[in-house]
Design a protein around this ligand. Structure first.
Ligand code: SAM
Ligand code: SF4
Length: 330
């Protein structure tokens, strides 16, 4: 066992998010550019074996939780093998997915010990789903969310709330938590990435959301876990919960424990930090990558990857140097 990955602010990093691919079967406009999206050539991607080796190294360095993400992790043909192999590690394993292909993986997930999944759904309206994702998978997505709940999985439903797109649906999502104990809706603030038409005015802040929800529901806060990103609540008499992930207006960087590995094997110490280091090339050369990992986390900024306020116009050009969300892994 190696020492844990600790940054200069004393934060222990024990949660690894691995992106399996930058490809996707949806085209969500807040996540990927609508035109000229260049996907990574397959040779750049970590193979299933390399993912297993890298995950094992991180587990030796104290990682206790692994999340598979993307792009859409389930578009990778060998995702079943990857889930199976990572399920054998002494960590919890979970996925973030758009659920379009999830019905094919129910038993693989169960066998690997996956109990909870994050599913993205930004609207309960079929036409709006098509307009956001540019694809016709609304009915299948909803059916698969119901299937996961029926199969006993805990589902965190992630909705990216955008003022000019879907904000009026917030209370419809909260209503779903009234009767479903395994459903946890999470409202995510729209975040800025390269080419996603982000603007501060499109964000619906933490306070705005709470005031909108309080127009219809009485709710109480729940006590959180140490590294929670969401502030969570339960509606009076409700079964599930809702939470708010306000990365921009009310950030949680002080308790950040996240490590990100992109599909091409680059290590990122923060979603917003444009610096990244290559782990895959030295791994392929048979070199020991532990020192690179420790060093990269020594460089980690305290908040937002060192960007100044996102309201500052100059900061905008800085974050636009970052990868697109789809190429980082959310
Ligand atoms: N394809 C999978 C999915 O959609 O769940 C996993 C990858 S996706 C990049 C991971 C998460 O990032 C999703 O919940 C998505 O809604 C969120 N996301 C993408 N772009 C975002 C943005 N600009 N602001 C906030 N959340 C974003
Ligand atoms: Fe694909 Fe997920 Fe990005 Fe939508 S949010 S385009 S489903 S990776």
């Amino acid at each position: 066992m190696n020492p844990p990955i600790v940054d200069k602010f004393g934060r222990v990093h024990n949660y690894l998010r691995i992106s399996l691919t930058d490809k996707c079967n949806l085209r969500c406009n807040y996540c990927m550019p609508q035109e000229d999206m260049q996907f990574m050539p397959s040779a750049w991607l970590m193979s299933a074996g390399e993912i297993q080796t890298l995950a094992g190294i991180f587990v030796d360095m104290g990682v206790q939780k692994i999340r598979l993400t993307g792009g859409e992790p389930l578009v990778r043909k060998d995702v079943g093998t990857i889930i199976e192999s990572l399920g054998k590690l002494p960590t919890s394993l979970t996925l973030t997915t758009n659920a379009v292909f999830i019905e094919q993986y129910i038993s693989t997930l169960k066998n690997a010990g996956v109990r909870s999944l994050n599913i993205s759904l930004d609207t309960l309206d079929e036409e709006r789903f098509r307009s956001i994702t540019k694809r016709d998978h609304f009915t299948k997505t909803l059916a698969n969310i119901r299937l996961l709940l029926a199969e006993g999985f805990s589902v965190k439903l992630n909705m990216v709330v955008m003022r000019d797109v879907n904000v009026e649906e917030v209370n419809d999502f909260v209503r779903m938590t009234l009767t479903e104990p395994n459903l946890h809706v999470r409202f995510i603030e729209f975040m800025p990435f390269n080419g996603n038409q982000w603007d501060f005015s499109r964000i619906v802040s933490y306070n705005d959301l709470l005031s909108r929800i309080s127009e219809e529901f009485i709710f109480a806060p729940l006590s959180g876990e140490p590294n929670d990103t969401a502030r969570t609540f339960r509606v009076e008499g409700g079964q599930g919960t809702f939470g708010i992930i306000s990365t921009i207006t009310n950030h949680f960087c002080d308790s950040c424990n996240r490590i990100r590995l992109t599909a091409d094997g680059k290590l990122k110490n923060c979603l917003f930090d444009t610096s990244e280091v290559d782990l895959l090339t030295p791994l392929r050369k048979g070199e020991d990558i532990r020192a690179i990992i420790y060093d990269h986390f020594q460089q980690k900024h305290f908040a937002h990857g060192g960007h100044t306020e996102f309201t500052n116009k100059d900061a905008k050009s800085e974050y636009e140097q970052n990868r697109r969300m789809i190429a980082i892994g959310g």
